[in-house]
Design a binder for this molecule. Sequence first.
Ligand SMILES: [Zn+2]
Length: 116
Amino acid sequence: MVADEVRRRNLLVMAIVFQLDKTGNPSPEITCDGCGGVIHDHTQGVAILDVPRAEPEKVLQPIFLCKGCEEHTDKTAGPRRKAPIDQFLVQMLNSVQLLPNDLEAVGRRMMQDAKY
Ligand SMILES: [Zn+2]
């Protein structure tokens, strides 16, 4: 039970990371659960729900794969639900009530912070 929880936490830690740039500023990134590489372009990866038939209201961890790993595993994997990363992120923002006006405000705040 504990090992399973640690494994699930490690999966989550693997997928969403902060990568420090050359000046040490952290940038949130998505990593591939297959090869561990950073997915820099949303068109180069997918979010996968590896449990096609789960009971309603169950919480499931997504798996992120880069295009290369997805093409490799798509041939051997069973039925899965998957979404392009852009669609996954927009749905996630909607799930936490981060609406377009909020995004604009965050963008302005980030621009303001970047000036200092
Ligand atoms: Zn990969």
